[in-house]
Design a protein around this ligand. Structure first.
Ligand code: PLP
Ligand code: TYF
Length: 393
C-alpha cells in the first residue's frame, strides 16, 4: 500500500535549515528559519521560562491528564495577553493547541465545520504553511494582494480592492503583527478600514499572531487584533507562544474564538472535540510555563524585560543594516528595512540574487528573499550589506 504514496514537496524554509547545516564554510550566515538568535547565534531559554521550570519541578505533583481544551488558566492568561484584560469573557472560547500551527489548523477545521463552503482569503504572500495546510484540507482559498514590490510596504488599496469580493462566511486570514514573510504591516487606521469592510461583508477575521512583542512592543503589537476583536461579532485568533516565550519545541499555542454569547457553549465544546479527534490533550509543559510567567508578577516582569531586549536588539540591527546600505548604495532605497517590523523582511531580491548571495557569501535567506533579522549581528550586518550590493539588488 505504501508504494502508492507520492513524494510531498518540502517546506522551503525547513529545507533551507538542512542546506545550511551541510555548508562547511565557517563564515556562513543563517538568515533562514524564523528562530530568534542572540549576537552569538544562540537561541537561549528565556530567563523567566528557566525560573518557571525550576518552580514547576518543585511544585508539580502529578502528570495526570488535564482538560481536553487545556487549562482555563492558560486560556485566561493568553486572552489577557492578546486581547487585553477587559476581553469579553462571556463570548470567548479557547483551545490549547500544539503550537501556533495547531491553532491555525484547528481554526480552519472550526471554520469548515461551521460553514462547509467557506473560502479562506490569505495575503499574497503569506506564511507558506497557511496555504499548504489549506490545500491539504482541500479548503477553497483565494489570495489578496498585500505587498508592493516597489516600495516594500503594504499595497493597501490593492488589498482593499481584492477584499471587496468577500462573501459572508468567508474567512480572512490576517497577520496580527510582524507579517511573515514581508515585515510590512498595517497601520491602526488600516486595521480600522479592514474592520469596516468585514462588518459590511459579514466575512470572519482570523488573526494569526505569532510574534507579539517582536515588533513595537507587547501592547502595540496586539493593537490591530484588539481593534478587530472589539468591532466584529465573530473572530478567530491563532496565537503562538513559540517565539515570544522562546519555547519552540514545547509546541504551545492557543486558539481563541469570539462568538455570540449564546453560541459560546457549543463553540467551546466543538473546540474540545477537535482536540479529541486529533490528539486528545495538547502538551502541557509549555502552556503551564506560559501561564506561570504571565500570572506571577516577578516572572512576568523578567519575561517582559528580556522580550524588550530581544525586540530592541532586532530594531538596532535593522537600523544598522539600513544605514550601511544607505552608504553603500548612496541612496535611501533600502530604508524600508528600518520601517519593517518583526523577525523578517522581504528584501525584494530575485531568486537568482538570493542564490548568488548563498553561493558567493554563504548567506542563507529564503528564495523569496525573506531574511531573518535575528540571524544577524553587528559583524555580519556589513557582510550582508556588501553582498546585497554586490548581487545587484
Ligand atoms: N504563524 C506564523 C505566521 C508563523 O510564522 C509561525 C511560525 O513560527 C506559526 C504560525 C506557528 O508557529 P509554531 O507552530 O511553531 O508555534
Ligand atoms: O516562518 C518561519 O521561519 C517560522 C518557522 O513549517 C517555521 O515560522 C517554518 C515552517 C514551518 C514551521 C515553522
Amino acid at each position: 500500500m505504501f508504494n502508492a504514496l507520492k513524494p510531498q514537496a518540502q517546506d522551503k524554509i525547513l529545507a533551507l535549515m538542512g542546506m545550511f547545516r551541510a555548508d562547511p564554510r565557517p563564515t556562513k550566515v543563517d538568515l533562514g528559519v524564523g528562530v530568534y538568535k542572540d549576537a552569538d547565534g544562540r537561541t537561549p531559554v528565556m530567563r523567566a521560562i528557566k525560573a518557571a521550570e525550576k518552580q514547576l519541578w518543585d511544585a508539580e505533583t502529578t502528570k495526570t491528564y488535564t482538560a481536553l481544551a487545556g487549562e482555563p488558566a492558560f486560556h485566561a492568561a493568553m486572552a489577557g495577553l492578546v486581547l487585553g484584560a477587559d476581553y469579553p469573557k462571556d463570548r470567548l472560547s479557547a483551545l490549547q493547541t500544539v503550537g501556533g500551527t495547531g491553532a491555525v489548523r484547528m481554526a480552519f477545521e472550526l471554520a469548515r465545520m461551521a460553514n462547509p463552503d467557506c473560502t479562506v482569503w490569505a495575503s499574497d504572500p503569506t506564511w507558506p504553511n497557511h496555504l499548504s495546510i489549506l490545500d491539504f484540507m482541500h479548503m477553497p482559498r483565494k489570495s489578496y494582494r498585500y505587498f508592493d514590490a516597489e516600495t516594500r510596504a503594504v499595497d493597501f488599496d490593492a488589498m482593499m480592492a481584492d477584499l471587496a469580493a468577500l462573501k459572508a462566511g468567508d474567512v480572512v486570514l490576517l497577520h496580527g503583527c510582524c507579517h511573515n514573510p514581508t515585515g510590512a504591516n498595517l497601520t491602526i487606521e488600516q486595521w480600522a478600514a479592514v474592520a469596516d469592510l468585514l462588518e459590511q461583508t459579514g466575512a470572519i477575521p482570523m488573526v494569526d499572531i505569532a510574534y507579539q512583542g517582536f515588533g513595537d512592543g507587547l501592547e502595540a503589537d496586539a493593537a490591530g487584533t484588539r481593534l478587530i476583536a472589539s468591532r466584529l461579532p465573530e473572530v478567530m485568533i491563532a496565537a503562538s507562544c513559540s517565539k515570544n516565550f522562546g519555547i519552540y519545541r514545547e509546541r504551545t499555542g492557543c486558539l481563541m474564538v469570539l462568538s455570540d454569547a449564546a453560541a459560546k457553549e457549543t463553540t467551546q465544546g466543538t473546540l474540545a472535540y477537535l482536540n479529541r479527534q486529533t490528539y486528545s490533550f495538547a502538551p502541557d509543559h509549555g502552556a503551564r510555563l506560559v501561564t506561570m510567567v504571565l500570572t506571577d508578577p516577578a516572572l512576568r516582569a523578567e519575561w517582559e524585560a528580556e522580550l524588550e531586549e530581544v525586540r530592541n536588539g532586532m530594531l538596532g540591527l535593522r537600523e544598522q543594516l539600513a544605514a550601511e546600505l544607505r552608504q553603500l548604495s548612496n541612496s535611501d532605497r533600502f530604508d524600508f528595512l528600518a520601517r519593517h517590523r518583526g523577525m523578517f523582511s522581504r528584501l525584494g531580491a530575485t531568486a537568482e540574487q538570493v542564490e548568488t548571495m548563498r553561493a558567493e557569501n554563504g548567506i542563507y535567506m529564503v528564495s523569496d528573499s525573506r531574511f531573518n533579522v535575528a540571524g544577524l549581528n553587528e559583524k555580519s550586518v556589513p557582510v550582508l550589506a556588501r553582498a546585497i550590493i554586490a548581487a545587484g539588488v
